[in-house]
Design a protein around this ligand. Structure first.
Ligand SMILES: Cc1ncc(COP(=O)(O)O)c(C=O)c1O
Length: 492
């Protein structure tokens, strides 16, 4: 029966010989698939005491959410349903899916409008690139060695890498790099290269480094020392010195933050290098990876900032492409000295290329988006955007302080840290990132003064409700952002 259906489906344009081959008598269709739809897996009821999905994210009395590890939530899931036999005729399924997508689009519009907490530049227009979405563009292998897979965008990728290498002052023939899937991958790569150069090295990272740095240490089973930070969030080089002196016989691999996740603090690269030198670490006994996920593209345009440049003894720099750059899909850029990549790379015959990346397949669309936006904005365009972000960040910090709200802004940063709003609904509405008693807004190019005003007005309103009966007081955040920035009843 299946074979009859098959032969009916064969194209009329086929010759007799072609039809005979495709209708081979020795091909048993049931050997391929007998039942395509797997049965639903029955619940054993053993969910470690969890009886329904609502238990997975528990709400505390103040509305705060607590995530319980080891349980998954399925309540917000859009089920995939098997098409009905007559769907082809009625188009019901198509109509259902179109309605779901239209609703989803509306949600995205609304959520984009109320987004302030994560460092994503949501201001872009990539309409010109929609013509490419029908292609499966994949840059697997080494960007500089074309593989056998022809549907790639390596020419765009290398153009983007050249642009960043120039920004961070490394000559074309002196660098190696690739477009990663995100800033995390850049950290995983940079730290792995450091480990390959110094297999017995110790990884040093300030305790305010991104979690991906500590994940790298666990993945590579590296000894990792968490260095103390100053109240600004910068690495404390006095503590760094003590740790280096205690481990003088082991090479050092250092993660330097060019913008920490929560406070936007920029580690003093020059002081880190000076500390290494003063502790007797010659340049061939340390490897510095600069995590510029957040500010890697902003810092070159900030006058007072420590310069990130390969003229200094650093090994690699990474940046996220979907943050300040404004790429609509997660991606990143990794640039490093070419001499170190050999420690990592291996030839892969079936690719006809070389493997030196963390991932295998790589998103070939991302380099085109990056290439497009870098071409449109140029170094000068980014400089203007940085200026605007810093100005708006100062505006937000000043207005928060004027309203009596604790707030801090690091000099080189557009991340405004302030007292965590007590109203969890407000936190979710504006998608604020919170840690302990503090929250932050990351002022990106799409954040206008009008948006900040709307946010501020709402914050002042909900805050007055939270503290209206005097039962609770604004929290003290002196230990997080310093007494001079704290406006709690004690420090005000
Ligand atoms: C300092 C820092 N490093 C690395 C990352 C990871 O970047 P991604 O989210 O692109 O993986 C982040 C993310 O916010 C970050 O803030």
């Amino acid at each position: 029966m299946a074979r009859v259906v098959e032969s009916r489906a064969l194209s009329k344009n086929l010759s007799e010989d072609e039809r005979d081959i495709l209708n081979r008598k020795d091909l048993d269709p049931t050997a391929v698939v007998f039942e395509a739809v797997p049965p639903v897996v029955a619940s054993t009821g053993d969910l470690n005491g969890v009886h329904d999905d609502h238990d997975v994210v528990e709400k505390k009395s103040n509305g705060e959410r607590e995530i319980v590890l080891g349980r998954n939530m399925h309540t917000a899931c859009l089920d995939i349903t098997e098409p009905e036999a007559n769907d082809d005729l009625t188009g019901d399924k198509e109509a259902y899916m179109a309605a779901v997508l239209a609703r989803y689009r509306q949600t995205l519009i609304e959520r984009t409008r109320h987004h302030l907490g994560y460092p994503y530049n949501l201001d872009f227009d990539y309409g010109a690139l929609s013509q490419l979405q029908h292609f499966s563009i994949n840059n697997l292998g080494d960007p500089f060695i074309e593989s056998n897979y022809g549907v790639h965008s390596r020419q765009f990728e290398v153009g983007v890498l050249d642009w960043f290498a120039r920004l961070w002052e490394l000559e074309k023939h002196q660098y190696w790099g690739y477009i990663t899937n995100c800033g995390t991958e850049g950290n995983l790569h940079g730290i792995l290269v450091g480990r390959e150069v110094f297999p017995d090295g110790i990884l040093y990272a300030s305790k305010e480094s991104h979690y991906s740095v500590f994940k790298a240490a666990r993945m590579y089973r590296m000894e990792c020392i968490k260095v103390e930070t100053l109240v600004s969030g910068e690495i404390d080089c006095a503590d760094f010195r003590v740790n280096l002196l205690n481990n003088k016989d082991r090479a050092a691999i250092i993660n330097v933050n060019i913008g920490t996740t929560v406070k936007g603090a920029v580690d003093d690269l020059d002081l880190v290098i000076q500390t290494l030198e003063e502790c007797g670490f010659s340049h061939d006994r340390f490897y510095i990876h600069c995590d510029g996920a957040l500010f890697g593209l902003m810092i070159p345009f900030v006058k007072l900032a420590p310069k990130v440049t390969f003229k200094k003894p650093i090994g690699s720099v990474s940046v996220s492409g979907h943050k300040f750059v404004g790429c609509p899909m997660p991606c990143g850029v990794q640039i490093m000295r070419i001499e170190h990549i050999h420690a990592l790379s291996r030839n892969v015959e079936y690719l006809a290329s070389r493997d030196a990346t963390i991932m295998g397949s790589r998103n070939g669309h991302a380099p085109i988006f990056l290439w497009y936006t870098l071409n449109r904005k140029g170094y000068r365009g980014f400089q203007k955007e940085v200026q605007k972000c810093l100005r708006n960040a100062y505006y937000l910090k000043d207005r928060l302080r004027d309203a009596g709200i604790s707030a801090m802004l690091n000099e080189l940063s557009s991340t405004v840290v302030f007292e965590r709003p007590a109203d969890e609904e407000f936190v979710r509405r504006w998608q604020l990132a919170c840690q302990g008693n503090i929250a932050h807004v990351v002022v990106m190019p799409n954040v206008t003064v009008e948006k900040l005003n709307t946010f501020l007005d709402e914050l002042v309103r909900v805050r007055s409700v939270s503290f209206q009966d005097g039962k609770c007081q604004p929290p003290c955040v002196a230990s997080e952002i310093g007494t001079s920035n704290c406006a709690c009843p004690l420090h005000n």
